[in-house]
Design a binder for this molecule. Sequence first.
Ligand code: XIL
Length: 329
Amino acid sequence: MADARRQGRDAEPLPGTVLRELGRERGVFIGTAVRAAAQRDNKAYRQLVAAQFASVTPENEMKWGAVEAKRGELRLEDADRIVGAAQDAGQAVRGHALVFHSQLPGWVEGLGRAELRTATRAHIRRMMGRYRGRVAIWDVVNEPITDGGELRRSPFLDKLGPGYIAQAFRDARRADPKAKLYINEIGGEGINPKSDRLYALVRDLKARGVPIDGVGFQMHVNLAGLQPTYVENLRRFAALGVEVAITEADVGVRLPPTPAKLRKQAPIFAAIVRGCLAVQACKHLTFWGFTDGHSWISTTQPGWGAATLLDEQLRPKPAFRAVQRALRR
Ligand code: XIL
C-alpha cells in the first residue's frame, strides 16, 4: 500500500537545470536506460525520464529473449510503450541490442547454421522495420569481444563464423537506411586487449565498406575509477571515422553506500562526462538507469549497488550535482 501510494506521487523537482538542457548546450545527448514496468507503474520515475533526458535506451525490452521468447510469438508492448513515451517527450531512442549472445531465447540457441542465419536477419528486419523513423540508433552487435581480446563464443560466432558481424551490419543498413548503426562493448573503455581487438575489428569493417557508424563504450565502472587511457581510446576510435558514445554509464559501490563512498563516486561520474565532452565525435552519453531503485547493479551484482545519480527515493546524490557541474563548464 505504502509503495502503491508512493508510486502515484509526483516527482520532487530536482535542483538546477535539467540534464538534457545542459547537454544540449554542450552538443551532447544525455540519455538513460529505462524500464517499461517502472515507467508504467511509477509516476515520479516517468516524469523524471521525460524531464531530464534527451534520449532513452530500453534496458531489456528490445532484446531478442524479451520480444520472442517463444518462436513466432512476438511481445512488443513494453518496447512500444518506451518508444511511445519517448516520442511524446521529444526524445531520441537508442535501440538495444539486436545481435547479442546474452538474453537470447532458448530456441535460438538450438538452431542450426542456416536457420540461425535466416532467423537473425528476420529479427533485425522486424525490429528495425517496426521502429523505422522512431529509433535513431541501434546497437547492432553487442559485446562481441572477450576480455582477452578474442571474438566471443556465441551461437552466432560458433555457427555463422566471424562474418556474422559484417552480415548483421549489412542487414541492418538495409532494414533502416537512416538509422545509425553501432557496435557496443563492455570493458573496452581504456586501451587494453579487448579494446585493441575491437579497434582492429572496426578498422577492418570500415576498410571493407561495412556500414558501421559508431562505437559504444558501456562504462560500467566502480570506485576504482576510470582507465587513464579513456580519452585517448575514444580518440583513436574517432580517428577511424566513426562516432563514439558512452552508452551504459554507472559507477557501482560496495554496499553499504556510505556518504564517503558517494562523495568519491561523484568525481568519477564527472570524469565520464568530461571525457565525452573532450572528444568531438562523442555526441551521446547514456546512464544505465538514473535511480538506485531501478539499477541492474543493485539487482544483479550481489554486494554492490548505489551505482546511479539518484538514490532509491529519487533524491540527488553528490554524483548528480557533479554531472551537472561537469556539463556546465
Ligand atoms: C542488463 C540489464 O540492465 C539487466 O536488467 C538484465 O538483467 C541483464 O542485462 N551490458 C549490456 C546490457 O549491454 O544489455 C546489460 O543490461 C548490462 C551489460
